[in-house]
Design a protein around this ligand. Sequence first.
Ligand code: SF4
Ligand code: SF4
Length: 509
Amino acid sequence: MATALSTRRTRLGQRQPQATLAPEDLLPVRIRRVAGAYLLTGDLGGHAFLEPEEYQRWLQGQLLAEEPAAAKLRAADLLADGNTRQRAQKYLERKGFLHFGPNLHIFVVTLRCNHSCQYCHASRARMDAFETDMSIETAERSVDFAFESTSPFLTIEFQGGEPLANWPVVEHIVEYALQKNQLAGKQLMFALVTNLTLMDDDKLAYLIDRKVQISTSLDGPEAIHDAVRVWRDGTSYATTVGWIRKINSRYREMGLDPMLYRVEALPTITRLTLPHAKALIDEYAALGCHAVFLRHLDPFGFAGATKARLGYTIADFLAFYQQALDYIVDLNRQGSDFVERTAAMLFTKILGGRDPNFLDLRSPCGAGIGQIAYNYDGRMFTCDEGRMIDRSGDDCFVIGDVAQGSSLQDYRAVVSGPVVRAMTTASTLQGQPGCADCAYMPWCGICPVHNYSEQGSIHGRMIESTWCQKYMGILDLLMTRLRTADEFEKALYHRWASPRALEHYVQER
Ligand code: SF4
Ligand code: SF4
């Protein structure tokens, strides 16, 4: 073991060797004060809390190699003893997503939408704007391009606008991709992000038959949802909730586990939601949704007046998040099984020892190397957020055009082009001032599009970034809870850190 041997004088004046940890016995660590302790994290994603007294002794080189504090450091892979090869292997596994290519392929099949949600004017068009529909030819070229990805996993996600407004193209893409996959043999999945108000029984039967995962937006109890998700033809809430119930009961009839298989509903948190954390969670629980992803309002394409009406500070959001998490933990204590997704994703990294490949919170992020967004007109973007910037007249996140080709050569040119390379560099935390020495670096990620939108450059100044403030706040909260949690709460977080795979949605090869 590579510990330094120091010597201490006994009362009898004899010299007796004692193994203490020298500074060089520790792998590089990043340190943060959390809940009265010192949090140490390492590049392999491990962490340990040292009490102030232990921390002081470590600084002074007095921590004994065999005492409990050293055991904590060893268990967290923070000591330079052990097997270097194993450690390298662990690092490779944590960054395993870099071995593949883009796995998420977002198809914007139309910009038309029958809603005028207050937070998304920028990405929708009127229902008569048929020129924003993706054509069959562009759809096929986009699928051809997606199948050039070197990733063995492929998720084709339909977005809009409202994708059901261009239903024939959705169906065509599914059939065309299934046909292509007979040769390609990828692990193929489909997902549909819809407001559900254009759903009907035939479409649903098709989607269920083709194992398309369905996600929707539900912004809270009726009054909040309908105030934000404005639909001239009726109450969006009643229609959305009606379909959620119907689809969930269809899954149950098929014998699918309701803990895993249900409509994935997501709220966007606006100022209207902030005072209603419990009501929002109750709404989700009552609908049989066993999870919620508490999404902060994005700044992309957000008009000043809307921001003034719906926006809030990061401190407001964190207070809301804390209240919601407290309540979710309480629900679990009372016997419910309910998950908060941001916490679960971060605990998978912190406690589960692996990266769940959440494309917006990994280093580097998924822009162009983990995902591609295909616009209705054939242009490709680093991600859907990059496409939203284009809606405000700035096309700097375009990475190609399917009209120019979809061969392997074209694919290589796109995913190794200058925009993708710049995004990869800008989202690699080891190179970012502020992130490079942040204790949360092993679990965090940054978004160059967010930086660009908020600060005018893909290279953000994290000290002023609301993205950083949000994740630092959430991570402070989660690590504080982890340090102070009782056995029940710790076990809950460990359960969240081991999510089960959604095998049903994987297409047969
Ligand atoms: S740029 Fe932002 S939105 Fe796009 S993939 Fe990276 S983190 Fe996600
Ligand atoms: S974004 Fe903020 S919290 Fe995340 S690693 Fe960078 S400095 Fe730390």
